[in-house]
Write a protein that binds this ligand. Structure first.
Ligand code: HEM
Length: 329
């Protein structure tokens, strides 16, 4: 049901793009992408600023290894980072290779009804395949927005099509992203435990990105799009001198509208994990509590009466009573 709700919204977006672009192409080719980008930039900036402003009262890195202590005890630098460089190493592995997801486990009931935890590397592999393909696809798309096309982008495209299986060349990332998206979707649909905790907001981004990937793949392999017209539009948008050339197909308008919807949706959704991962205090703080004092930013000056001051105040009385005092040692 929740998946159906999300699918309905995606189909509605497709219908809007199809009908709307035929009537008012300039709105869908120019106004919508600009608006989406503005919402994205403003939304992301406000979100990040709000997160960055939240004080961190405690140092709360989540660790799972030996912290730095005595010189003869070996420290686990990545599991329990002490310096900023070690934190950077840990973050890099987390962001580039999803290291904590690698150690993810799943619970299963054995035939004898015992609950056991097993490694779940498929989820890690699926997530990695999806995110890396998405990144490579987005980078490859820069060829539409840049003239001349940088060598690095040309090289990336060539590497992506290295198998040269079809005409036009079959791109590895197209296969990977489709496979990974279907797996991630299937997991939410067919695994009862995951289905139970899945909301429309979990299905929607998967279906939206699937819609983007399918329309893109159709444009490349089936209903070929006029790439010169696309590049003309993309370049004109980049230099803020928009022109809407002839020859843009309905499929392209649907692709662009779904992309615009995705971009505008990011700041209001769980997709903000893109920015959140960098600002997560359990990941980005060094575990150096014992060496360096962490001052709670919420602390306000509190008048304190130290033991030394107390002893000074009652010095004569304490002495008269014969009570030993630290100050007299
Ligand atoms: C989140 C952003 C986007 C994603 C995930 C995405 C995804 C895809 C995918 C998977 C393909 C299939 C072929 C390939 O991998 O190159 C594709 C093709 C295509 N996309 Fe996108 N796209 C995005 C943004 C855009 C934008 C902003 C434009 C507008 C310029 C665009 C225009 C096209 C065109 C014209 C094709 C056909 C390419 C060809 O025939 O070689 N895409 N897209």
């Amino acid at each position: 049901m929740r998946a159906v709700q999300a699918l309905t919204v995606v189909l509605l977006l497709i219908a809007i793009a199809w009908g709307g672009a035929a009537l008012i192409p300039a709105v869908f080719a120019v106004a919508v992408p600009y608006l989406a980008l503005a919402v994205f930039l403003l939304g992301i900036t406000l979100h990040i600023l709000a997160w960055a402003r939240v004080p961190v009262p405690f140092k709360i890195p989540s660790v799972c290894g030996q912290q730095r202590s005595l010189p003869w005890i070996r420290q686990q630098r990545l599991e329990s980072p002490f310096t900023s460089w070690q934190v950077a190493g840990r973050m890099a592995l987390e962001i580039l290779l999803f290291r904590s997801l690698f150690r993810n486990t799943r619970s299963v009931l054995t035939p004898k009804q015992r609950l056991v935890y097993q490694p779940d590397k498929v989820l890690w592999l699926g997530a990695l395949a999806f995110h890396w393909s998405l990144l490579v696809i987005v980078l490859r798309h820069l060829r539409f927005f840049l003239q001349p096309i940088p060598r690095s982008i040309q090289l990336l495209s060539a590497l992506d099509g290295v198998f040269q299986l079809l005409v036009p060349t079959l791109l590895i990332t197209d296969v990977l992203i489709l496979g990974a998206l279907l797996y991630l979707l299937g997991r939410r649909l067919f695994n009862p435990l995951v289905r139970y905790v899945s909301l429309p907001a979990d299905f929607f981004p998967l279906l939206l990105i699937l819609g983007i990937a399918i329309t893109g793949i159709l444009m490349r392999y089936v209903d070929k799009v006029d790439l010169t017209a696309v590049k003309e539009l993309a370049l004109s948008l980049t230099v803020f001198h928009p022109t809407v050339p002839h020859g843009l197909s309905p499929l392209f308008f649907i692709h662009l509208f779904l992309v615009s919807s995705l971009i505008a949706y990011i700041p209001f959704s769980k997709l903000m994990h893109v920015g959140g991962v960098f600002l997560s205090p359990t990941r980005n703080l060094p575990n150096n509590n014992r060496a360096r004092r962490h001052i709670n930013p919420w602390n306000h000056p509190v008048p304190v009466h130290t033991y030394a001051e107390w002893e000074e105040e009652f010095h004569d009385k304490l002495k008269a009573a014969g009570i030993p005092m630290e100050g007299d040692d």
